[in-house]
Design a protein around this ligand. Structure first.
Ligand code: IMP
Length: 439
């Protein structure tokens, strides 16, 4: 329960399978924050930010970057693909914005060309061996970079700044531990590291110290999650997950800010559900409903352009997200996508197809999950345009009834409602940084 009148440090996480619309939420909250921080994932993320009438697609960069007076930090838990970052930075510079406020942790691990090769090769092998075992990764080398980090054979951003003989020794050790490298000889890797150093060096710093100083100065920190709860390597639908902790705990381990410093956690959820890539999705609608959701919601991946799978809001997933992230509030996005439906469904729980046992919690076992089917409650649709509504009270009664039921099923209040991509298409029910103040 939130006690403090004014909150300083807020985590925003995806509470479903990613693509919940976190960037818009973070962009809006960033106005009130002093520092915006990414803590995990890498360029597998795709965050669309609209700023001064222009659209930006960020993969590594924190969504607050376009506010020059705010520090934007890429924390130690993030993995960086320097060539992709370079393009993101060039795009911003070409549009006339500075990136001097960007700080990259010296502890971030760097994706090397062989990580990308490995990611693609593993997916091909999975597809060839057993098509159902394909994960549908973004092909950005994310998993292999984290594997090498945990295997203690990675290269960190700060390592690129070490004297050449120190880096050379490190690469030699990596080559000998990895066994063989056809496309990755020592001279080749040294050249790659030199090129990466040129891209990253201006931004690399001790972000732990920066963040501790910011805390000491009572600055407001906003942690920007990537991916979503059900893609978390520990709590997601393993192995159909990403390779980092995309739940709220990752905001601490991926930045060096202790859990006691966090004041509130906001979970972003779509008013329906989507998933990109393979893996279970109990409320998936591979039918006309799914087509309408996909079309109205423009459900295509920002990073890969892949068509997203779509389905009804899943209360089991939502409660799980509320629990494992310790959510204080929900930011509900894309409510307007449901505007045309005569009936809308919410899954309240699952039921075993053989035993008929009710499941109210999300199981770890995928074979158990495969034997569960969602139990739906059908609510009346509102069948009117919500995209111009700016006050919660002005929403159609059936729409408010849907939101109320969604809160009950999720066990969490809805703090923000979004009915379109623009900032003004947002209803704030709580001032996130100051929840006791009416909005
Ligand atoms: P990886 O992170 O590229 O290894 O991909 C692992 C899984 O996470 C795949 O199913 C991807 O589609 C999914 N994934 C990774 N990043 C995102 C994201 O930002 N949004 C949605 N899904 C993602």
């Amino acid at each position: 329960m939130i006690q403090k009148e004014e909150l300083h440090n807020v985590i925003v996480v995806g509470a479903q399978w990613g693509d919940e619309g976190k960037a818009k939420v973070v962009d809006m909250l960033a106005e009130q924050a002093d520092v915006v921080i990414r803590s995990q994932g890498g360029c597998n993320a795709g965050h669309t930010v609209k700023f001064n009438g222009e659209t930006f697609k960020f993969h590594h960069l924190p969504s607050g970057l376009l506010y020059p007076e705010k520090w934007c930090i890429i924390g130690s838990g993030v993995v960086i693909a320097p060539e992709v970052l370079k393009k993101e930075l060039e795009d911003i510079h070409a549009k006339g914005y500075s990136t001097e406020n960007l700080k990259i942790s010296e502890r971030c691990h760097v994706t090397l060309p062989y990580h990308i090769e490995q990611d693609k090769r593993q997916e091909l092998l999975r597809t060839a061996n057993a098509p159902e075992s394909k994960i549908g990764t973004t092909g950005r080398g994310i998993g292999p970079t984290y594997m090498d980090k945990v295997g203690r054979i990675g290269i960190r951003a700060g390592d690129l700044l070490e004297p050449p003989e120190v880096l050379r020794k490190q690469i030699q050790r990596i080559i000998s531990e990895k066994g063989f490298f056809e496309q990755a000889s020592l001279p080749y890797l040294l050249d790659v590291c030199e090129a990466y150093k040129a891209i990253l060096a201006p931004y690399i710093t001790d972000t732990v110290a920066l963040l501790q100083d910011a805390l000491a100065q009572n600055k407001r920190l906003l942690f920007e999650g990537a991916q979503g709860t059900l893609l978390d390597v520990d709590f997601g639908t393993y192995p159909y997950v990403t390779s980092s902790n995309s739940t709220a705990g990752g905001a601490c381990t991926g930045t060096g800010v202790g859990p006691s410093k966090i004041d509130a956690t906001l979970g972003v959820m779509k008013a329906y559900l989507t998933r990109v890539g393979e893996g279970p999705f109990p409320t998936e609608q591979s039918n006309e409903v799914g087509e309408i959701l996909g079309e109205r919601g423009q459900e295509f991946g920002t990073t890969t352009g892949r068509k997203r799978r779509t389905g009804w809001f899943d209360g089991v997933v939502a409660r799980y997200g509320v629990e494992v992230n310790g959510l204080d509030g929900i930011a509900l996005t894309k409510l307007d996508v449901l505007d045309t439906f005569a009936e809308i469904k919410i899954a309240t729980h699952y039921q075993h197809i053989h035993t008929h046992e009710a499941y109210h919690r999300f199981p770890a076992s995928l074979s158990v999950l495969a034997d569960l089917e969602p139990v739906y409650e059908t609510l009346e649709g509102w069948q009117s345009d919500t995209t111009q509504i700016t006050q919660y009270e002005d929403l159609p009664p059936a729409c408010k009834a849907y939101l109320k039921r969604l809160e009950e099923v999720s066990h969490c209040p809805v703090w923000m409602v979004s009915v379109g991509p623009e900032r003004q298409q947002t209803m704030m029910r709580k001032n996130v940084f100051n929840p006791t103040v009416a909005v």
